[in-house]
Design a protein around this ligand. Structure first.
Ligand SMILES: [Zn+2]
Length: 112
């Protein structure tokens, strides 16, 4: 039986981050956070001037779709990206990408 697995997605380009290697790095070079290595490196966005339309453009495959399909594809991508932390307007706190369960060894497990 397969277990359901939650996958973290980059909060800039929406790429699924499966492995530690896929994550961007902070100032100390540690991998983690909310962004992928193609968007975020050494604690900063690689292309800080990029805007939402640029990202939509980047994700839309050039010439692979007809004019109508491309327009609807762009709308879908725009809607999807608009929910990510980097592109969300106004102040908005994204849901935690992962949930860490911390058990305190001194206290032990709570008894049922
Ligand atoms: Zn990314």
């Amino acid at each position: 039986m397969r277990e359901r697995q939650e996958v973290v997605i980059c909060q800039s380009c929406g790429a699924a981050l499966y492995r530690a290697l896929d994550f961007g790095t902070d100032l100390e070079g540690n991998r983690g956070g909310d962004y992928c290595r193609d968007c975020f490196r050494n604690g900063a966005f690689i292309e800080p001037e990029l805007d939402l339309e640029d990202m939509v453009e980047r994700i839309t495959p050039p010439g692979a779709l007809g004019k109508m399909e491309e327009a609807s594809f762009r709308n879908t991508v725009r809607g999807f990206l608009g929910n990510l932390a980097r592109w969300h307007e106004e102040s908005w706190t994204p849901l935690p990408a992962t949930i860490a369960v911390v058990t305190d060894p001194d206290r032990g497990e709570p008894s049922p």
